[in-house]
Design a protein around this ligand. Structure first.
Ligand code: FMN
Length: 399
């Protein structure tokens, strides 16, 4: 079979929902909502455009489940039904041509900028990035932890009610779920900390709460780190064990990524030499995950050729390929991969050339977010957008 034929095969999830092909547009934070986190016309236009592009699943950028805990100033926030009309329009327009729109639900925990009045986390371990950019977090009380679990469920319920065809728990990249999983950021000695089983309790309770609200036939996925790439944090062995636990409770897709704000492995900064030829940053890990889980697997990070995407599916290493940044440059990318006209994806040139800046992953975020904004305004993305212009604008807006 040709790569395009392999990528075009449909797939049925454990909950019974069928996805029309193997291409997932992975989450990219739009950071472009209206006041109060209301989904803007620009975000809706962006997904309407992506919806014409042929992907099986479009995962939204991380939607905050608590307005008091924003990851960025202009995230979409869903903590009740206030934005139901906008969310419904978003779902309808994105899904008009057969893509499924899933809402990625997140709480940033300590990875929250200073605009938040207070920052919370399992323990008071401060983020070690640019000095002065983040506040020291306050450890969460037991009742607050249950409130957040309930909040994830409420957000998922609203997503379903507005027509989103699935939800994804953001359990990766150093945000709150990931902070609970990591022994470096979770120093608790109650039932939420200590052993891996205790550290995994938070995410499992979130899953159970969501499932109780959306029913057995609605897709629930998770994005999880293969590892945090830091000493004493969250290891590959631990990630494999959590994947087993999530499989046992019935998760529908496990998306594998890696890294945190402190180690931006999700953008390829920690790629092993052994996986360079296979493009995907976590290609070794997905093979290990496949051996211990029956849950559908989605691998994101680094995939750039149809041939290697299809090869990974054909070798039965994974079921879906996740692609993020290239969708900000070519919103119709999936169509090209599926009809065979795109064999190799061209990446945008986003580096400033200053190692200190480029290593942080800020440029990757800012440059691609700028192009998503352009698409949201109904214009064509600009693969030649100046990295320096984007960087200076970023600094100005965060001054
Ligand atoms: C602008 C931007 C925003 C992102 N926002 C999110 C997000 O909200 N949630 C998430 O899980 N990953 C987010 N990511 C990470 C991507 O989903 C993906 O894991 C990463 O870009 C690697 O995949 P790629 O090589 O195909 O781009 C973001 C990446 C970029 C560039």
């Amino acid at each position: 079979m040709t790569p395009s034929k392999i990528l075009s095969q449909s797939f049925t999830l454990p909950c019974g929902v069928t996805i029309r092909n193997r291409i997932v547009k992975s989450a990219m934070s739009e950071n472009n909502a209206d006041a109060g986190g209301r989904p803007s016309d620009r975000i809706i236009k962006l997904y309407e455009t992506w919806g014409e592009g042929g992907a099986g699943i479009l995962v939204s950028g991380n939607v905050m489940m608590d307005s008091k805990a924003l990851g960025e100033a202009h995230n979409v926030v869903v903590e009740n039904e206030e934005f139901l009309p906008e969310l419904t329009e978003w779902a309808n327009k994105a899904q008009r041509n057969g893509s499924h729109l899933w809402m990625q639900i997140n709480h940033p925990g300590r990875q929250a900028p200073k605009l938040n009045k207070e920052v919370v986390s399992p323990s008071n371990v401060e983020l070690d990035v640019i000095k002065g950019m983040f506040k020291a977090p306050r450890p969460l009380h037991d009742e607050e932890i249950w409130e957040i679990i309930e909040g994830f469920g409420t957000t998922a319920h609203v997503a379903k009610k507005s027509g989103f065809k699935g939800v994804q728990i953001h359990g990766a990249h150093g945000y709150l779920v990931s902070q609970f999983l990591s022994a470096k950021t979770n120093l608790r000695n109650d039932k939420w900390g200590g052993s891996l089983e205790n550290r995994a309790r938070f995410v499992l309770e979130i899953y159970r709460n969501i499932r109780s609200k959306v029913g057995p036939k609605y897709p629930i996925g998770i994005k999880i780190n293969s590892a945090d790439f830091q000493r004493g944090a969250f290891t590959e062995e631990e990630s494999l064990r959590v994947i087993q636990l999530l499989t046992e409770v019935g998760i529908d897709i496990i998306e594998v990524s890696g890294g945190t704000y402190e180690r931006a492995a999700m953008m390829g900064n920690k790629q092993k030499v052994s996986t360079k030829k296979r493009e995907a940053y976590f290609a070794d890990f997905i093979v290990k995950a496949r051996r211990i889980t029956k849950a559908p697997l989605l691998l994101t990070g680094g995939f750039r050729t149809a041939e290697l995407m299809a090869e990974a599916i054909e070798n039965d290493e994974l079921d879906f390929v996740g692609i993020a940044r290239p969708f900000a440059v070519d919103p119709f990318l999936a169509k090209g991969l599926l009809d065979g006209s795109v064999k190799t994806i061209k990446a945008g040139k986003v580096d400033t050339g200053i190692r200190l800046i480029d290593r942080l992953g800020i440029m990757n975020i800012a440059w691609h977010a700028a192009n998503m904004k352009i698409i949201g305004e109904g214009r064509k993305p600009n693969p030649k957008l100046s990295p320096w212009k984007v960087f200076l604008k970023f600094v100005w807006s965060h001054r």
